[in-house]
Design a protein around this ligand. Sequence first.
Ligand SMILES: [Zn+2]
Length: 400
Amino acid sequence: MDLEKSARATVAIAFTVSGILTWGYVQMWRDDVIVPGPGVTAVKWLSDYHPDLKGTLGDTRVFVLEGKEPGGTFLVLGGTHCDETAGFAAALVLVEHATVQKGRVIVIPQMNNSGWTNNYPQEAHPQFITIPQKPDGKGRVFRFGSRTGNSGELWPDPEVFIQYPHKQKYSGEEIRNPNRAYPGRPDGTFEENVAYGIQMMHRKEHIDMQIDLHEGPPEYPFVNGVSSHKRAADIGSAAVLEMQMADLNIGMETSPDSFRGLSNLELGDMFPHLYAFTSETVNPIQGKIRGITDEYLTVDGVDAFYDEAAKIGFLFTPWPNIGSPLKLRVGRNLQLMRSLTTALADAKGIDIVWGEMPTYKDLMANGVGHYLNEVPAGTERPGIRALPGFWRYLSKAWSS
Ligand SMILES: [Zn+2]
């Protein structure tokens, strides 16, 4: 083959490979299918509270579960960090299965929607995971995103990210971390705008209590825990005691004032009536000493390397012989939310009463998929609703 022919062949192969990869990447820009259950009384968007988010990847669905009797309001934030599967999955069980008798529960399963549009390929993270519903393993398919928002929104990251308004310095990548962007501002970064949407929701809905559902790797010191704003420490402690009485090992700490930008600290400081929490369960796919990395690691939670690490006393948390499956982590989240609403009623007289709401034991017996709905026949994942900022800019430049 002469030189020109082989050059042409190389260019053609490069185009084909990058075309296939781009197609796969762009599939992550489409929203996941969520099938609201009997408890959902309204579906809104975050842009209903902060219209600048409309037409951007910062916009996300907001599900309201309102009881027949009036009471308090509880905001549940899942999917702040989009590789922390159990927070999203617990919020999803609320939307698709739970009901509320008294008060309101507002649920955002994918708080940082932009983080769901890209993953960490260099960590070998999957792009999609399946939550099984059938004995053969078939079930609902969802994206598996990243801890930070899409780099197409803001590129390159700065060397140093200076948090607003406290001027705390973080590494540059944290500019795309929604949980350093609170309380947010309308003329700030992309993630500060998303956080501002949550702030505006607080202003409109008078939220009494909020939880931001997170996960961390098994070798981190603060997992299996709940962290509270200092004003919410009494409610948090009461909830943790109730969890321990149900034989669920859980720790509690108060959010330090020196760790700025976090949802429970900033919104708790801003709204004096709000009791704000962050929770952490154990997700082995986030760990650095994990073995084979695939969707089964975050769903089944079994890993031989962590079995070994537990044996030699390397972990801060119990690592049971079943590992840390998604059903266990979602069960813990649901039980914690139930304990928090009980504690809020006991300590402050603010009532939020669940109707149908699975317990930890239910989740361990039946799995997560049991509490998700069948997707109605003919329902497809929606097409691309918004582009990351860079692409939005290009498409505008192209069409003008
Ligand atoms: Zn997190």
